[in-house]
Write a protein that binds this ligand. Structure first.
Ligand code: WTA
Length: 645
């Protein structure tokens, strides 16, 4: 291994960590090799040691019970992740350390020490209990990026209620689907949220979704903007009033290690979004470990993950991972270009952020906005940069490294998924050189491989499917209410391995490069969208008879949504109206960038739409590949000549 590292170091596309970084780093190449080997050879000892650093009310009797495709970790153990994130840190003397520094889009700043956060979470746990929420109940959160989102998540975890956070940019219908699928008892929302100075009426959306879903008993409403809202008698309660009345004494519930911690909805290639279920003990151990190791976390770091808590990145690396480690996190409410593209850099300078974790799509937007924005600020507090959510192109990687990191901060590219719960592939920043564009090596306990559909492992540099050959602690346990879908999607594609749904290759040094989805899932600005979901939204409009959606490479967003629609006879399609309709059905993130109003779609004789050809049309490429299976190959020429709207 070290030979091969020496060898790759000579290649020019490698970027080694600066000697200053490497020297201060906790884990070096030998540590990684030894720990990685142990994590696979003796997972019980390895994970037992990691989990053993945290507090357990009752110790486990068995580290892993694996009955494919169902894993149980830390069997028989009882613990509480919120206790570990808060009480434990206060007990070990971190009570006065800053847990969260929050900045509103309007510049307001609120700071919570570990003691203060614990206080609020205890109060909120009492509020939930007083509203009749008990362990196992589902609670949906539809909130802006405000500290109450973190407090509400931890309060749920504290009493064993299962949180389901729904991104605040989702529409009424998307929210209603998620509330309905989870059969949530309580919805926690806010009067409204700020986004680029505009006010987004969350409570109005919540009211409409509550009516559609029909299952909610209570609604807890945080006051953020002071907008006028309708409070429904007997159902709606103001957060600030309930918090004021609640006591700060609260004992965290001792929960089974496999007690569900949260459901998080994500898009798949078929049907409605699926509720990915994560449980307590394993998720806790893996987010705790990866946060410390991957980000080489030090006591004095200020960590900023720019994701929204509505996505898994926010769950694992704004909330659970950092707080379990007793870290200080910066949390920001708003848009990166508010008031201008200097906002992040201004915040980094003012708060002295040392680790920044963001997405390639944001990096590409910053690149496009120009170096003058970051160059205006002092970014010398930064020591490490991370990327997540989609493949990062080498050009964006280099810009991030040079302009933001001053060629001083390692850039780590982290591959993982909602389903994996924690980072799965990345090179440890102080241990290995990075290869821009390649995520890197597997994390501890991750037995990753590249296979073909027959389950044969491929040679170095051959492209294939990314799989994981054994369970890891933060693996999803099931799809909420649909275990069959869990089996089929993740363990039923290639026998006996977890199928990630991504195409990838591994080079001779063992570095993995993840190329993108191999299913009908788009990645638009780092957000997963199912083509089927958008198609059903389109055909639910009266003017549309049929629709096909594909992705088109986009210089900033990674991919953009392109829709091909057939007009319902007797109607005309209005592209602007159709975009509004998709926004209403799913959310602005799914709005098609380009719409082709077509007279036919390229279908095989058996009626299957050949999306491959649509992708070529969308990208403006020459049609290539065998068109002879098409019922009417001339469709493609007509589509290529169709104006884009
Ligand atoms: C993609 C986000 C390449 C991938 C944590 C995956 C990546 C999907 C990377 C999961 C990366 C995420 N390099 N591709 N570093 N990180 N992806 O569930 O296609 O929102 O399957 O989780 O994003 O997206 P999700």
């Amino acid at each position: 291994m070290s030979d091969s590292i020496d060898h790759v170091l000579q290649e020019e596309h490698l970027v080694a960590p600066s000697p200053e970084f490497a020297q201060r780093a906790t884990l070096h190449a030998e540590d990684y090799q030894q720990m990685y080997r142990e994590s696979l050879d003796d997972p019980e000892a390895f994970w037992g040691r990691v989990a053993g650093e945290l507090h357990w009310h009752t110790p486990w009797t068995q580290v892993l019970d694996w009955q494919e495709p169902h894993a149980q970790w830390f069997v028989g153990g009882k613990t509480n992740i919120a206790h570990n994130a808060l009480d434990r840190n206060v007990q070990r003397g971190l009570g006065d350390k800053r847990a969260i520094i929050w900045e509103g889009e309007d510049g307001e700043i609120r700071t919570f020490t570990y003691s203060q956060l614990l206080d609020d979470v205890q109060r909120a746990a009492n509020v939930l209990t007083s509203l009749g929420v008990v362990a196992g109940d589902r609670v949906t959160l539809y909130l802006p990026m405000i500290p109450e989102a973190v407090i509400a998540m931890l309060a749920c975890a504290r009493i064993g209620a299962i949180h389901s956070v729904v991104f605040g940019g989702f529409s009424v219908n998307a929210l209603a689907d998620r509330i309905g699928n989870a059969e949530s008892k309580l919805l926690i929302t806010a009067d409204a949220s700020y986004r680029r100075g505009a006010v987004v009426p969350l409570k109005d959306n919540a009211d409409a979704a509550a009516q559609k879903a029909g299952v909610l008993e209570k609604m807890l409403v945080v006051r953020r903007t002071g907008s006028a809202v309708q409070m429904q008698d007997g159902r709606d309660v103001w957060w600030h009033e309930a918090m004021q009345d609640a006591g700060t004494e609260h004992e965290a519930a001792a929960l089974d290690s496999e007690h569900p911690l949260f459901v998080l909805y994500t898009s798949g290639s078929t049907g409605k979004p699926k509720g990915v279920v994560h449980t307590t003990g394993g998720y806790m151990a893996a987010t705790y470990l990866t946060m410390g190791a991957v980000f080489d976390l030090k006591d004095d770091d200020l960590f900023w993950c720019t994701a929204d808590v509505g996505w898994v990145t926010g769950h694992s690396y704004i909330v659970y991972g950092p707080l379990l480690n007793g870290a200080s996190v910066l949390m920001y409410e708003g848009a990166p270009n508010q008031p201008d593209w200097g906002r992040y850099w201004d915040m980094i300078e003012r708060h002295k952020v040392s680790i920044l974790y963001t997405a390639p799509t944001a990096i590409r937007s910053f690149m496009r906005a120009g170096d003058e924005f970051p160059n205006r600020f002092d970014l010398s507090s930064l020591r490490l940069l991370g990327s997540v959510g989609e493949p990062i192109n080498p050009e964006a990687w280099r810009w991030y490294w040079r302009v933001i990191g001053g060629e001083r901060c390692p850039v780590i590219d982290t591959w993982w998924q909602t389903e994996t719960g924690s980072i799965m592939l990345t090179t440890l920043p102080g241990a290995f050189p990075a290869k821009p564009g390649s995520a890197g090596l597997p994390m501890f306990g991750v037995d990753a491989a590249i296979m073909n559909m027959q389950g044969e492992e491929l040679e170095a540099n051959e492209g294939g499917y990314l799989v994981i050959r054994r369970p890891w602690p933060s693996m999803l346990r099931t799809v909420y209410g649909d275990d069959d879908r869990y089996r089929k999607t993740y363990w039923g594609e290639i026998p006996h391995v977890y199928f990630a749904g991504d195409g990838a290759r591994r080079d001779a040094d063992g570095y993995f490069t993840v190329v993108g989805r191999v299913d009908d899932v788009l990645n638009v600005s780092g957000h997963r969208l199912g083509t089927m979901e958008i198609e059903s939204a389109l055909v639910s409009h009266p003017s549309v008879a049929e629709a096909a959606v594909v992705g088109k490479p986009d210089a900033v967003k990674g991919e953009s949504v392109v829709a091909f629609v057939l007009t319902q006879s007797g109607h005309t399609v209005d592209p602007a109206e159709l975009r509004k309709h998709v926004t209403r059905e799913i959310g602005a993130l799914a709005r098609p960038d380009a719409i082709y109003i077509a007279d036919a779609l390229p279908k095989t004789r058996s009626g299957k739409i050949m999306r491959r050809f649509l992708r070529q049309v969308a990208a403006g490429q020459e049609i290539s590949g065998d068109t002879s299976t098409l019922e009417d190959p001339a469709v493609l020429e007509r589509l290529a000549a169709t104006p884009v709207q």
